[in-house]
Structure formats: C-alpha cells, structure tokens
Design a protein around this ligand. Structure first.
Ligand code: PMP
Length: 404
C-alpha cells in the first residue's frame, strides 16, 4: 500500500513552482484542490476539438459534446452508486443545497416544523435553511459539538423528533476535519420521516461515498474540491423526490412543451438543468473522477492519514499551539491557534515562507462563535502533500514564534 508521492506530484504541474521565493507548499486543499494534467488536458481538448452545444443533436460536434457530457454523468453516478437520472449538474455544493432548500424545503415546511443541522456546518448549509425557515415559519435547530469537535450524536438523537422535516449534515467539517457518522444519523432521521441532505464538499476527495449505503435523500459536492474545475458540481437526489419536486430555475432545456399559456417539464435529470450548462466543467469533472478512480484509493487515504498524524504529532509538541478540533475520526485538516498571534498574521507570515494555508472563520462563523474564537489557522492536506512539507510548515511556525 505504499504510494509513489513523487510520481503523483508530477501529475500536478502547478505544484512545481516557487511562492515568494520559496518552494510552494500548498496546504489549502480544503479551499480548493489542484488539478492533475488529465483534467487540464481534458478541458483543453474539449475546447480544441469538441466545443459545441449539447443536446441539440444537430451535427457531428454537438453529438460528440453530448456524448462526453452524458458520459461524465455516468461517471459521477457510478462514483456515488446512483442512477444517472439522479445526478443533477450544479455550480457546486452551494447551488446543490440551495436547490434542495428552495424546491423541497419550501414545499414541505410549515410553521411548527423543524430543520436540524449541526454547529459545524459551512454557511452554505446554514443560510439556505435559515431562509427556508424564514419563508415558511419553520425553525432551525442546531446539534451541539462534543469537546473534541465532533458532532454530539446523543444530542442529535435528543433533538430529532416528529416535527423534524429536514436533516442537513456535513459529512466532513471544512474547519475542523471531523467526520460525522452520517449513516447512523440518516437512519434515525428517516425513522421520523425527515428528508436528509449530506453536504459532501469535504468528503468526496478523501474517501469513497455510496449514497445507497448512506441511504440519504440528497448528496451535494463540488468539482473543484475533487481535483476538478471550479463552477461545476453535482447533486444526487433520490428519484422519487426529484420527480415530485418543482423545478429550481426555468428556461430552455428543462421543458417538455411550452405554450404562452403553460409549460411542462422535461424528464429527469434535465428538469433541473435549464440553459446551456458548463460543458467544459462537466468534461473536466468527469476526467477528475476517472483519474482518481485510476489511483489506489486505499493507498491515498493511508498517505493522507500519515500526513495528518505527523502534523498532529508536531502540533502537540509545539509550545503555545492549541489544536482546534481533535475528533478521533477526522480527515485532511489541522486547525490551530498560536498563543499571542492572530490567525491572519500567522497566515501572512507562512505565506512569506511559501506555505499556503487559510485563516479566519472558514465560512463557519457560528462554529467559531461556539468555540469562542475569531477563527483558526487551517492547514489542509491532500494526496500530493509530503511529510517533508509537514516539516516545512512546522519549521516556518517555529520561525514565526521566534519573532512574535
Ligand atoms: N460545504 C463545505 C463543507 C465546504 O467546505 C464548502 C466549500 N468551502 C462548501 C460547502 C461550499 O462549496 P462551494 O463553494 O464549492 O459551493
């Protein structure tokens, strides 16, 4: 199960450069991952050889673009263990959650109903539900965290009740890396008749996801956090629910028949895909997933865990460093604070040494409020990071500490 990280890094051209005169150490993978050559080539090849509008069936190029576009849908469906009609192209996780909140949230919620989320949600899995609650008179309930930054599952079971209509959970926290045991929570949610949505933005690049095994109703993710392009993502929806839902946006492509009096909707998944889609993005995302599936995913996961353990070990030994979020099950993220230093300052000083991290609230203001901190420094790891880079991060932090 050993991984040739150097060969893997060669697949990512962007990594081989300097930042501020130092070798680039890219530890901002939770914000976005880098793209392998296979993805860059697929997008270039699409524009150089295939570019055309899809589903018009008018000519050779359009047929080829359509075939590539729909093949990518098959790739995503297989990746999540779904049917192709259940995969809707979106701009990303944010749009997927908004689609569900608007199309089913507002339809199903009424005054007295409850939507259950957790304290560690990204704003993308808070604000759409807050708006749906405002529009319908339902209320938003929030599951607290344990001390270690994992979701308090006992509190979840206490808060879940027959008024809970929707349960929306992050699979993995972008701020802390904690993995939520979503399968167990989904089973409980389904037992009270609630609809379930999983925000998979931070999960899909770290471990395989099977929506049938999870038994969730919706699963949203973004291409750019999965080695694919920005501006493209996918939403899995359980077929019966998608069939019953009204469209999200209307216009061309999503219709069956239009008259000035009324319109009828296209079959799934096209009912939810109005207008010309991000074809190059879809092709790039398909290429990213095919590339990932060509790797030994167990070896990748093993390598990522080795990076995280090494980072934790050094963090625990670092004077004045406080790890934020130390759940037993976590992936990809080391969030921390340095005594006496604002996270933003630490980020700037790391950048000067070539180390890219993210600082601040990471789009999780309520989580930071609950922890009583303004934000964290977040180093987030991916498959192409090395143990040497973990060392560089801590050498840089030692330097920072010496002149703070
Ligand atoms: N949820 C989580 C857990 C995320 O990490 C992110 C991206 N930071 C999002 C949702 C939103 O994803 P996007 O910006 O790609 O729509």
């Amino acid at each position: 199960m050993s991984l040739n990280v150097s060969a893997l890094r060669d697949a990512f051209p962007i990594l081989h450069q300097e930042a501020n005169g130092k070798p680039l150490v890219y530890l901002d993978n939770a914000a976005t991952t880098q793209k392998p050559r296979a993805v860059i080539d697929a997008i270039r090849d699409y524009y150089q050889g295939t570019n055309s509008n899809v589903h018009r069936g008018a000519h050779y190029l359009s047929d080829r673009a359509t075939a590539d576009f729909e093949a990518a849908r098959d790739t995503v469906a297989a990746f999540l263990n779904a049917d192709r009609e259940e995969i809707i192209w979106t701009k990303g996780t944010t749009e997927g959650i908004n689609l569900v909140a608007q199309c089913i949230g507002r339809e199903r919620l009424k005054a007295g109903d409850e939507v259950l989320i957790t304290t560690l949600e990204h704003h993308a899995n808070i604000v759409p539900w807050q708006q749906a609650c405002l529009a319908t008179g339902a209320s938003l309930k929030v599951v607290p965290l344990r001390e270690d930054g994992g979701v308090d599952t006992e509190a979840f079971h206490r808060l879940l009740n027959e008024r809970t209509r929707i349960v929306a959970l992050s699979h993995v926290s972008n701020s802390l890396g904690s993995v939520t045991p979503v399968a167990e929570l989904i089973a409980a949610a389904r037992a009270v008749g609630a609809i379930t949505l999983v925000d998979g933005a931070q999960a899909v690049s770290h471990f395989p996801v099977d929506v049938r095994a999870l038994d969730c109703d919706f699963y949203a993710f973004s291409g750019h956090k999965l080695f694919g392009p920005t501006g493209i993502g996918a939403l899995y929806g359980r077929r019966e629910l998608l069939e019953a839902m009204p469209p999200y946006q209307t216009g061309g492509e999503m219709i069956e028949v239009v008259t000035f009096e009324k319109s009828t909707w296209n079959q799934l998944p096209y009912k939810f895909e109005p207008g010309t889609p991000n074809i190059a993005g879809v092709v790039g995302l398909g290429a990213a997933i095919r590339w990932l599936q060509g790797q030994d995913r167990d070896a990748l996961a093993h390598h990522e865990q080795a990076l995280l353990s090494a980072a934790h070990e050094q963090a625990e030994a670092f004077p004045g460093l406080k790890i934020i979020g130390n759940a037993a099950t976590k992936v990809g993220v080391l969030s921390f604070l340095l005594d006496g230093a604002h996270p933003a300052d630490v980020g700037v000083l790391l950048d000067k040494q070539g180390v890219a991290v993210r600082t601040g609230h990471h789009c999780c203001m309520p989580l930071m409020d609950s922890l009583g901190i303004p934000g964290t420094v977040r180093a987030s790891f991916s498959i192409y990071n090395t143990l040497d880079e973990v060392d560089v991060l801590f050498q840089a932090l030692h330097k920072i500490r010496s002149f703070l």
